[in-house]
Design a protein around this ligand. Structure first.
Ligand code: CAA
Length: 288
């Protein structure tokens, strides 16, 4: 296994999940966050998820301890210098990613593979922020990372075949199924999923059916684990809106355009689970 030590940039929802699954699979994993508060929050969410696994009888208490022992947090990029793989999971801000990858390029050993967990920005563009585009790849995880089995492995026209093979082997080692694809906005999952979520908001806005009837229709009629409006809340209305803008900009197709209701809800701060309200009220359990 070419990949032994893993670095993760960002310890938010996605970064914390990625760091957890890496450490849980036995890889020494260093997570970098800028603020001590954010790091503490992210590490706390990992410990809470692992404890949840122990309480549900899904994880041995000793494995929880081993996972935590494989994890370390830092505020310093130089602490990631000897990692074999670094996965970026910071906010979707190209300027920030440029700064991080540019700095790491100068700090890391030549063999380090750089990966981004971006869901909608161009892997090819990010690879140009470094002098190692052949060692740059996309590794796109799904929320909640510890439970969702898929990783999209995204190669650019410059990525080395050996790097793609190493990334696939690492995904398998952390218990995920990898699908391989080229670098096009949204890759496979979001290219298909985002228009579906936007259409659900559109038909709700047009009054075709109630929120619950739309969600039940897709849950019970298609066997999806959750309906599209609950899923939009779960992903975040702000995130969905942001992604739709990038898609629309890339493809100029109406199906990627954000419905006015989505925009208004984002403006009103109804971002879904993260703000407590979206299509559902998340102060209730289950959301009502
Ligand atoms: N540790 C270990 N296992 C745990 C656990 C924990 N802390 N918490 C839950 N589990 C296990 C449960 O025991 C259960 O296992 P079994 O199937 O063996 O019973 C399983 O995980 C599911 O957990 P729950 O029963 O608590 O929850 P659920 O059945 O309601 O499923 C869900 C929750 C996985 C989120 C499911 O609703 C789902 O798949 N939803 C769709 C999520 C989705 O589509 N995500 C993609 C979003 S898009 C994205 O991420 C990309 C993007 O870029 C926008």
């Amino acid at each position: 296994m070419a990949i032994q030590k893993v670095g993760v940039l960002g310890c938010g929802l996605m970064g914390a999940g990625i760091a957890q699954v890496s450490a849980q699979a036995g890889f020494p994993t260093v997570v970098r966050e800028v603020s001590p508060n954010a790091l503490e929050k992210g590490m706390g969410s990992i410990a809470k998820f692992l404890q949840g696994g122990v309480d549900k009888g899904k994880l041995a208490a000793a494995d929880k301890e081993k996972t935590l022992a494989n994890l370390s947090g830092t505020a310093e990029l130089k602490d990631l210098a000897d990692c074999d793989l670094i996965i970026e999971a910071v906010t979707e801000n190209l300027g920030l990613k440029r700064e991080l990858f540019g700095t790491l390029d100068g700090l890391c050993k030549p063999g380090t593979v750089f990966a981004s967990n971006t869901s909608s920005l161009s892997i090819t563009e990010m690879s140009t922020f470094t002098k190692r585009p052949e060692r740059f790849i996309g590794l796109h995880f799904f929320n909640p990372v510890p439970l969702m089995k898929l990783v999209e492995v995204v190669k650019t026209v410059r990525t080395d075949a050996a790097v793609v093979a190493d990334a696939n082997a690492w995904c398998m080692a952390i218990g995920k199924t990898a699908v391989n694809c080229g670098d096009s906005t949204g890759f496979v999952v979001n290219r298909l999923l985002v228009p579906y979520m936007l259409d659900a908001v559109r038909v709700f806005e047009q009054g075709l059916a109630s929120r619950d009837d739309i969600d039940n229709a897709m849950k019970l009629g298609c066997g999806y684990p959750m309906g599209p409006l609950l899923l939009t809340d779960y992903v975040g209305l702000d995130t969905t809106y942001y992604i739709s803008e990038i898609f629309f900009d890339e493809f100029k197709e109406a199906r990627f355009a954000a419905p006015p209701l989505l925009k208004r809800m984002v403006l009103a701060g109804l971002h879904g689970r993260k703000t407590g309200r979206g299509f559902y009220d998340w102060s209730q359990n289950p959301p009502a």
